[in-house]
Design a protein. Structure first.
Length: 342
């Protein structure tokens, strides 16, 4: 029995395995614990092990590579069409193995431990920011029930609440005041934890060569640069700069039938967190870049003359992603080309 492809459907406690021979036929099925996969697959080295790019896949992939196996990770949505009949773990493993044999399949680059560490920091920060937003919204709702309306914006709300808590005439002593004092202390603690993570991202951006080059791009700070490094490394999985923008979902969604092309809004595929950071960075950098006497500034002014402001922001985010691809693939810093604008 010659096994050339092993499909693994990962699970927390139990995994399903389907092995294919050189003809693509299923010759072996197994159900085992995740800790047993490496020893099992090592018996059939140097075959290929295919998995969905989900939680635990990158760690297991590095262990398999160390044992002489080839690892291929795929997005789960690309595997779904290959699952036949009723969905179960065995069918999923078979679909994963079959999908990995297709010549047009797109694979996910295996992340290093350093990339996963940076990604973990970003996910923790995102959770803390979400907790802070939830807390602020709850405080705003409690005050609104008492007839206190405060302007939108976190900083405005923070100043108004601090002034209210400092003045007993504005908010009389009672259960609500004690509750708001406790919530304000929780808010301060969250600010401190988020600030500590931001400082860590700044240090990472200074020490990592690729991240340092990315911070030379307008609108790309330490947060965006480290998130890009964690997600794509040196962008070796993308043959062209436009592939990175498409992977991030910053390009129009296409619906073409009968030879009639139709472009819709952006596809919003790929890494939502990274796409959000790039769009926020582009929105912050747009006013300065649009005024500059550069080719990029001229391009932006042309877009502003004929497109909606949000369209211009997303187009600039896509441009920044393509510039980031160039800087990650080539050892160079961003340099603005100045031209004479008529």
């Amino acid at each position: 029995m010659t096994i050339v492809m092993i499909g693994v459907d990962l699970g927390k406690n139990s995994c399903s395995i389907a092995a294919l021979d050189e003809r693509g036929a299923v010759v072996l099925r197994r159900r085992m614990r995740p800790t047993s996969i490496v020893e099992f697959a090592a018996k059939y080295a140097p075959c290929t092990v295919a998995m969905e790019a989900c939680c635990g896949a990158h760690y297991l992939g590095r262990q398999l590579i160390a044992r002489g196996l080839t690892v291929k990770l795929m997005p789960p949505e690309y595997v779904r069409p290959y699952v036949k009949a009723q969905k179960n773990d065995d069918r999923d493993a078979e679909g994963i193995a079959e999908a990995a044999t297709r010549p047009t399949m797109r694979f996910v680059e295996l992340k290093s431990q350093e990339q996963l560490d940076i990604q973990s920091l970003h996910r923790v920060r995102s959770r803390l920011v979400g907790s802070r937003t939830t807390l602020i919204n709850q405080m705003r709702a409690l005050l609104l029930e008492r007839g206190v309306t405060i302007a939108q914006g976190r900083r405005k709300f923070e100043r108004a609440v601090d002034a209210m808590l400092a003045d007993e005439a504005a908010l009389t002593p009672g259960r609500l005041r004690d509750l708001l004092l406790d919530m304000r202390a929780e808010w301060t603690a969250l600010d401190s934890r988020i600030g500590a993570l931001d400082e860590e991202f700044v240090q990472l951006a200074r020490t990592d060569e690729v991240a340092r080059r990315l911070t030379s791009i307008p609108g790309v700070g330490a947060l965006n640069a480290t998130a890009l490094v964690a997600a794509v490394g040196r962008a070796e999985a993308f043959d062209q700069a436009r592939d990175l923008g498409a992977w991030l979902g910053l390009v129009p969604r296409q619906h073409t039938t009968g030879g009639k092309p139709r472009l819709l809004g952006i596809s919003k595929r790929g890494n939502t967190y990274l796409r959000t950071l790039l769009i926020h960075g582009a929105r912050a950098a747009l006013p300065t870049l649009a005024k500059a006497d550069t080719t990029l500034g001229a391009w932006l002014r042309g877009l502003q003359a004929r497109c909606h402001p949000n369209t211009v922001v997303v187009a600039l985010a896509n441009k920044l992603a393509r510039i980031a691809w160039v800087l990650m693939r080539r050892d160079t810093m961003f340099a603005t080309q100045r031209v004479a604008i008529a």
